[in-house]
Design a protein around this ligand. Sequence first.
Ligand code: PLP
Length: 379
Amino acid sequence: MGFATNAIHVGQEPDPATGAIVAPIYQTSTYVNEELGKNKGYDYARTNHPNRKALERTMAKLEGGHSAYVFTSGMAGIDAVFRLLRPGDHVVLSEAVYGGVFRLSTQLLVHFGLEFSFVDTSMTEAVRMAMRPNTKMLYIETPTNPTMNVTDIAAISKIAGERNITLAVDNTFLSPYLQRPIELGAHIVVHSMTKYLNGHSDATGGAVVLTRPEDAEKIYFIQRSAGSGLAPMDCFLVSRGIKTLAVRMLQHNANGITVARHLDAHPKVRKVFYPGLPSHPHHEVARKQQKGPGAMLSFDLGSVDAARRFLNHLQLCSLAESLGGVETLVSLPALMTHASMPKEVRERVGITEGLVRLSVGIEDVEDIIADLDQALLYV
Ligand SMILES: Cc1ncc(COP(=O)(O)O)c(C=O)c1O
């Protein structure tokens, strides 16, 4: 079956008890035993429940994995992935990862004996040089948030293969509709389902998709031990969102390309960072491994004051954290999503104070452009 068909049907079979085309929300904390030691497959909602199981089946199918587990947020899922490691293990990460991943690793997990190195993973040689004898995992985000650097997943998976270590890829920015890291050699895919997968900005969620049964067993153990599995209502919402993922991503992609070209030609915009533009340094890698450039882009307005004037005059586009919803969202990473990153690190990786991030929604693209243009008049 094709992607759109799988997104609508896998894990979403009609309810066997009633025939309801949409499975009910199992809003219950516990399940009654038929007799001691015998139940219908569920005992307690922290451990598992039908809405979670359904969404996990969908996610495994869409990413082409062996199994998937869904969490209360993207960060909870990413935290579970790092817990596969042991004290003394070393991880090489993309240097411009989501600020929350930077905070989790450098301010929390280091206290449990894990070591982290941040490198520009779009330069394959830099990854090779960062390897240590105790390196156990490569963790990449591509495209990176918000500088839109693209990492060649197949090239990095070769390094992981040579060293027999795990390659984990954050696929949040593109969704499995536009990029399938497992087909390029990744062992683990993570998502903030809060973004494109849910798509409607009304729930948080995370997914970890695994290719190896031994990892799956450990991730499930972590999920049920830590109690970080996604609740029934949120699973229901994300499952509903995923049914329209294919059509939404087509429109996001088309709007993203149109807005990026428009901003690229705008005299007030110093530079646009978008892998869909031929001038982008990683345009060819993006073309090779992505089905489309997507709808995330950033652009430089030169200073925080210029950015502030622009942001404060937007009328249709919303100034908000997050991304991937149907509505266009705009943020200033240096003061918002990446505020937890030290200034010198932000500057080194290109997150300047005038860099504006845009998550292009699926409104009529003329309306998005008109709003950006009127706000740019104040820059
Ligand atoms: C690329 C990326 N990964 C992970 C996360 C974390 O996800 P969540 O906010 O659902 O915990 C985010 C959040 O913005 C993100 O942008």
